[in-house]
Design a protein around this ligand. Structure first.
Ligand code: MN
Length: 283
């Protein structure tokens, strides 16, 4: 179980003592405010804001964002006002917490794709400070990771919202590993059977695939070297929800989905890009 003490240690890698002390103070304030409240998992409520702050620490977010993470449910759930937070901490932190609370009040009852698009736009537009969105995304990520504790109906509603609103926003912000995790967690909660079957199919098919992934990677690297081209080669397997969307969109069976791998070659300029493309084509 993560503790504030562990977080403090992690923060020393990029924040100064004063900033860390402020984060710790926000933690203790939130701990007191949520006193007596528990998560559906049975854990004391404070474990949630602490987990959100840990996610934002992975992203190396600034101390004000981490303080907002600690305090993000305080206005909603404990009746402490924005003004009180401004007095206790700063106007900046109070604004962030208030922004996160306001997003929570938007009603996501989207049925149509169109409407989901409008909601995404609205959410981005009403937020003057992008850090509000990042705190909200981290909040949602922790809720998705602990989704199992909720009743099925509520679980599905949150999963749907995550797939329609949060995953695309994370993707638009260029946070791909975040959007991938949103998609796989959302997929699993929305369609447990489909997710399980695809997961099993991928495992079965994988057998020698991991090996194959490396062989392709090495041959691409060797090819660049032979041609004297500079580039960074990265390979990955498609994630479950990506495969599912493809199967559904193109009405194909799992065995017909050929592109379960993707490779990316990062180069310095367009000229190199075309040279690399040529070299790969002739490989
Ligand atoms: Mn929360």
């Amino acid at each position: 179980m993560p503790t504030i003490h562990n977080l403090e240690k992690r923060l020393r890698s990029y924040l100064d003592d004063d900033q860390i002390a402020q984060v710790v103070r926000a933690y203790h304030f939130a701990e007191q405010a949520h006193e007596g409240q528990y998560r559906r998992t049975g854990d004391p409520y404070i474990t949630h804001p602490l987990a959100v702050a840990n996610i934002l620490t992975d992203m190396h977010m600034d101390h004000a964002s981490l303080m907002a993470a600690m305090l993000h449910d305080v206005i909603e759930d404990t009746g402490i006002s924005k003004e009180q937070l401004a007095g206790e901490f700063s106007e900046e932190v109070a604004e962030l917490v208030d922004g996160v609370s306001k997003i929570a009040q938007i009603k996501f009852e989207s049925k149509a794709e169109q409407q989901a698009e409008n909601l995404r736009k609205m959410m981005l537009a009403m937020t003057r400070d992008i850090r509000v969105i990042l705190v909200k995304l981290a909040d949602r990520l922790h809720n998705m990771r602990t989704l199992g504790a909720l009743a099925p109906e509520k679980r599905r509603r949150i999963a749907k919202e995550t797939l329609e609103i949060y995953a695309p926003i994370a993707n638009r912000l260029g946070m791909h590993s975040l959007s991938t995790e949103f998609e796989d967690l959302g997929f699993k909660a929305m369609y447990p059977m489909r997710s399980m079957l695809i997961d099993r199919a991928v495992r079965n098919a994988r057998g020698n695939r991991k090996e194959l992934l490396n062989r392709i990677l090495e041959s691409l690297q060797a090819c660049l070297e032979r041609e004297g081209l500079q580039g960074k080669v990265m390979g990955r397997e498609k994630h479950l929800y990506g495969i599912y969307q493809k199967m559904r969109g193109k009405k194909k069976s799992f065995n017909e989905i050929m592109d379960v791998y993707a490779f990316r070659i990062i180069v310095d300029k367009p000229d190199t890009c075309y040279r690399v493309l040529g070299a790969v084509h002739s490989l």
